[in-house]
Design a protein around this ligand. Structure first.
Ligand code: FMN
Length: 209
Protein backbone atom coordinates (compact mmCIF):
# COMPACT_ATOMS: atom_id res chain seq x y z
CA UNK A 1 0.00 0.00 0.00
CA UNK A 2 1.55 3.26 -1.05
CA UNK A 3 0.41 6.84 -1.48
CA UNK A 4 1.36 8.59 -4.72
CA UNK A 5 3.63 5.61 -5.38
CA UNK A 6 5.68 6.48 -2.29
CA UNK A 7 6.78 4.03 0.38
CA UNK A 8 6.18 5.89 3.64
CA UNK A 9 8.44 5.55 6.67
CA UNK A 10 6.98 6.98 9.86
CA UNK A 11 9.55 8.36 12.31
CA UNK A 12 8.02 8.82 15.77
CA UNK A 13 10.28 10.43 18.34
CA UNK A 14 10.32 12.07 21.74
CA UNK A 15 12.87 14.78 22.49
CA UNK A 16 13.21 17.30 25.30
CA UNK A 17 16.45 19.03 24.38
CA UNK A 18 16.43 18.51 20.61
CA UNK A 19 19.11 15.83 20.29
CA UNK A 20 16.75 13.00 19.38
CA UNK A 21 14.89 15.36 17.04
CA UNK A 22 18.14 16.15 15.21
CA UNK A 23 18.76 12.42 14.84
CA UNK A 24 15.23 12.00 13.46
CA UNK A 25 15.97 14.65 10.83
CA UNK A 26 19.10 12.80 9.67
CA UNK A 27 17.25 9.48 9.63
CA UNK A 28 14.59 11.15 7.47
CA UNK A 29 17.33 12.18 5.03
CA UNK A 30 18.45 8.56 4.88
CA UNK A 31 14.88 7.45 4.16
CA UNK A 32 14.53 9.98 1.37
CA UNK A 33 17.86 8.95 -0.18
CA UNK A 34 16.02 5.80 -1.29
CA UNK A 35 14.07 6.30 -4.50
CA UNK A 36 10.30 6.47 -4.03
CA UNK A 37 10.57 6.57 -0.24
CA UNK A 38 9.12 9.35 1.89
CA UNK A 39 9.80 10.15 5.57
CA UNK A 40 7.00 11.34 7.87
CA UNK A 41 8.25 12.90 11.13
CA UNK A 42 5.96 12.91 14.15
CA UNK A 43 6.66 13.87 17.77
CA UNK A 44 5.04 12.16 20.74
CA UNK A 45 2.98 14.45 22.96
CA UNK A 46 4.47 14.91 26.42
CA UNK A 47 2.81 12.76 29.03
CA UNK A 48 2.89 15.70 31.43
CA UNK A 49 1.15 18.03 28.92
CA UNK A 50 -1.82 15.76 28.39
CA UNK A 51 -5.14 16.39 30.01
CA UNK A 52 -7.67 13.61 30.40
CA UNK A 53 -9.66 14.95 27.46
CA UNK A 54 -7.33 16.54 24.97
CA UNK A 55 -3.87 16.86 23.53
CA UNK A 56 -2.14 20.23 23.33
CA UNK A 57 -3.16 21.73 19.97
CA UNK A 58 0.15 22.15 18.15
CA UNK A 59 3.73 21.34 19.20
CA UNK A 60 5.80 24.42 20.06
CA UNK A 61 8.62 23.16 17.85
CA UNK A 62 9.64 20.11 15.85
CA UNK A 63 7.25 17.86 13.98
CA UNK A 64 3.46 17.61 14.37
CA UNK A 65 2.20 15.27 17.07
CA UNK A 66 2.02 11.56 16.39
CA UNK A 67 -1.41 9.95 16.42
CA UNK A 68 -1.98 6.23 16.57
CA UNK A 69 -3.89 6.50 13.28
CA UNK A 70 -0.56 7.43 11.64
CA UNK A 71 0.54 3.81 12.11
CA UNK A 72 -1.96 2.71 9.44
CA UNK A 73 -0.41 5.12 6.94
CA UNK A 74 3.15 3.78 6.84
CA UNK A 75 5.09 0.91 5.35
CA UNK A 76 7.85 1.10 7.99
CA UNK A 77 8.32 2.62 11.46
CA UNK A 78 11.38 4.06 13.21
CA UNK A 79 11.05 5.13 16.85
CA UNK A 80 13.40 7.45 18.74
CA UNK A 81 13.79 8.47 22.36
CA UNK A 82 16.27 10.09 24.68
CA UNK A 83 17.68 7.54 27.09
CA UNK A 84 15.98 8.01 30.46
CA UNK A 85 17.55 5.80 33.12
CA UNK A 86 18.60 3.22 30.55
CA UNK A 87 15.18 3.02 28.94
CA UNK A 88 12.88 4.90 26.55
CA UNK A 89 11.12 8.01 27.83
CA UNK A 90 7.69 7.89 29.42
CA UNK A 91 6.22 9.94 26.56
CA UNK A 92 7.25 7.44 23.88
CA UNK A 93 6.18 4.52 26.05
CA UNK A 94 2.84 6.23 26.68
CA UNK A 95 2.33 6.64 22.94
CA UNK A 96 3.12 2.97 22.33
CA UNK A 97 0.75 2.00 25.13
CA UNK A 98 -2.08 3.62 23.14
CA UNK A 99 -1.61 1.17 20.25
CA UNK A 100 -3.65 -1.84 21.35
CA UNK A 101 -6.16 -1.26 18.54
CA UNK A 102 -3.35 -1.45 15.97
CA UNK A 103 -1.90 -4.47 17.80
CA UNK A 104 -5.18 -6.41 17.58
CA UNK A 105 -5.66 -5.36 13.95
CA UNK A 106 -2.12 -6.41 12.95
CA UNK A 107 -1.56 -2.96 11.47
CA UNK A 108 2.21 -3.10 11.88
CA UNK A 109 2.75 -6.84 11.43
CA UNK A 110 5.29 -7.64 8.73
CA UNK A 111 6.55 -4.08 8.42
CA UNK A 112 10.22 -3.20 9.09
CA UNK A 113 11.11 -1.19 12.20
CA UNK A 114 14.15 0.28 13.95
CA UNK A 115 15.08 2.39 16.97
CA UNK A 116 17.39 5.28 17.84
CA UNK A 117 18.42 7.08 21.01
CA UNK A 118 20.51 9.91 22.44
CA UNK A 119 22.27 9.68 25.79
CA UNK A 120 24.18 12.12 27.96
CA UNK A 121 27.07 9.78 28.67
CA UNK A 122 29.05 7.32 26.58
CA UNK A 123 28.05 4.23 28.55
CA UNK A 124 24.75 5.56 29.86
CA UNK A 125 22.51 2.80 28.53
CA UNK A 126 22.22 3.17 24.75
CA UNK A 127 22.07 -0.55 24.09
CA UNK A 128 19.59 -1.25 26.89
CA UNK A 129 17.37 1.55 25.61
CA UNK A 130 17.50 0.38 22.00
CA UNK A 131 16.88 -3.25 22.91
CA UNK A 132 13.94 -2.40 25.18
CA UNK A 133 12.43 -0.18 22.47
CA UNK A 134 12.40 -3.24 20.19
CA UNK A 135 10.21 -5.27 22.55
CA UNK A 136 6.87 -3.56 21.80
CA UNK A 137 7.76 -3.55 18.11
CA UNK A 138 8.20 -7.33 18.27
CA UNK A 139 4.81 -7.67 19.98
CA UNK A 140 3.37 -5.79 17.01
CA UNK A 141 4.93 -8.39 14.70
CA UNK A 142 7.36 -5.93 13.16
CA UNK A 143 10.62 -6.98 11.45
CA UNK A 144 13.45 -5.43 13.46
CA UNK A 145 16.33 -3.84 11.57
CA UNK A 146 19.65 -2.97 13.13
CA UNK A 147 22.81 -1.65 11.53
CA UNK A 148 25.19 -4.13 9.88
CA UNK A 149 28.99 -3.82 10.22
CA UNK A 150 29.18 -3.20 6.48
CA UNK A 151 28.73 0.40 7.69
CA UNK A 152 32.40 1.26 8.42
CA UNK A 153 31.34 3.98 10.91
CA UNK A 154 30.34 1.26 13.39
CA UNK A 155 34.01 0.42 13.86
CA UNK A 156 35.28 3.98 13.48
CA UNK A 157 32.98 5.83 15.86
CA UNK A 158 34.31 7.25 19.11
CA UNK A 159 30.81 8.51 20.07
CA UNK A 160 27.45 6.88 19.32
CA UNK A 161 26.39 4.26 16.78
CA UNK A 162 25.57 0.62 17.54
CA UNK A 163 24.49 -2.51 15.67
CA UNK A 164 21.19 -2.25 17.60
CA UNK A 165 20.33 1.08 16.02
CA UNK A 166 21.53 4.66 15.67
CA UNK A 167 22.69 6.55 18.75
CA UNK A 168 24.23 9.83 19.85
CA UNK A 169 26.24 10.92 22.85
CA UNK A 170 25.23 14.44 23.86
CA UNK A 171 27.87 14.88 26.58
CA UNK A 172 27.77 16.42 30.02
CA UNK A 173 26.06 19.63 28.90
CA UNK A 174 23.73 17.73 26.55
CA UNK A 175 24.77 19.91 23.62
CA UNK A 176 27.31 17.91 21.58
CA UNK A 177 26.28 18.06 17.91
CA UNK A 178 25.98 14.84 15.98
CA UNK A 179 29.45 13.53 15.13
CA UNK A 180 30.02 12.67 11.45
CA UNK A 181 29.97 8.95 12.29
CA UNK A 182 26.69 9.35 14.23
CA UNK A 183 25.15 11.29 11.34
CA UNK A 184 26.26 8.66 8.81
CA UNK A 185 24.73 5.88 10.90
CA UNK A 186 21.45 7.79 11.31
CA UNK A 187 21.24 8.12 7.54
CA UNK A 188 22.20 4.46 7.08
CA UNK A 189 19.41 3.35 9.44
CA UNK A 190 16.81 5.41 7.60
CA UNK A 191 17.99 4.12 4.24
CA UNK A 192 18.00 0.52 5.48
CA UNK A 193 14.44 0.57 6.79
CA UNK A 194 13.28 2.37 3.64
CA UNK A 195 14.98 -0.13 1.30
CA UNK A 196 13.49 -3.09 3.15
CA UNK A 197 10.03 -1.47 3.26
CA UNK A 198 10.24 -0.80 -0.46
CA UNK A 199 11.21 -4.40 -1.19
CA UNK A 200 8.39 -5.73 1.01
CA UNK A 201 5.90 -3.36 -0.58
CA UNK A 202 6.74 -4.93 -3.91
CA UNK A 203 6.49 -8.43 -2.43
CA UNK A 204 4.04 -8.21 0.52
CA UNK A 205 3.51 -11.98 0.85
CA UNK A 206 7.18 -12.32 1.93
CA UNK A 207 6.60 -10.39 5.17
CA UNK A 208 3.34 -12.02 6.20
CA UNK A 209 4.55 -15.61 6.30
C1 FMN B 1 15.05 11.83 33.35
C2 FMN B 1 16.34 11.70 32.59
C3 FMN B 1 17.05 10.52 32.64
C4 FMN B 1 18.23 10.38 31.93
N1 FMN B 1 18.89 9.19 31.99
C5 FMN B 1 20.04 9.04 31.29
C6 FMN B 1 20.73 7.79 31.33
O1 FMN B 1 20.28 6.80 31.90
N2 FMN B 1 21.91 7.72 30.67
C7 FMN B 1 22.45 8.78 29.99
O2 FMN B 1 23.55 8.66 29.45
N3 FMN B 1 21.79 9.96 29.91
C8 FMN B 1 20.61 10.11 30.54
N4 FMN B 1 19.91 11.29 30.45
C9 FMN B 1 20.41 12.33 29.53
C10 FMN B 1 19.67 12.30 28.17
O3 FMN B 1 19.55 11.00 27.67
C11 FMN B 1 20.44 13.14 27.15
O4 FMN B 1 20.58 14.47 27.61
C12 FMN B 1 19.82 13.15 25.77
O5 FMN B 1 20.73 13.71 24.86
C13 FMN B 1 18.52 13.96 25.72
O6 FMN B 1 17.97 13.88 24.45
P1 FMN B 1 16.97 15.01 23.91
O7 FMN B 1 17.79 16.27 23.69
O8 FMN B 1 16.40 14.49 22.64
O9 FMN B 1 15.92 15.19 24.95
C14 FMN B 1 18.73 11.45 31.15
C15 FMN B 1 18.01 12.66 31.09
C16 FMN B 1 16.83 12.77 31.81
C17 FMN B 1 16.04 14.06 31.71
Amino acid sequence: MTFDNQTRILIVYDSNGGNTYRMAQQIARGVESVKNCHAILRATPKVGDRSATALPEVPESGAPFAETADLRECEGLIIGSPTHFGNMSASLKYFLDQTTEQWFAGTLAGKPAAAFTSTGSMHGGQESTLLSMMVPLLHHGMLICGLPYSNPELMQTLRGGTPYGASHVAGEDGKAPLAPTETALCKALGARVASIALALTNSPEAARS
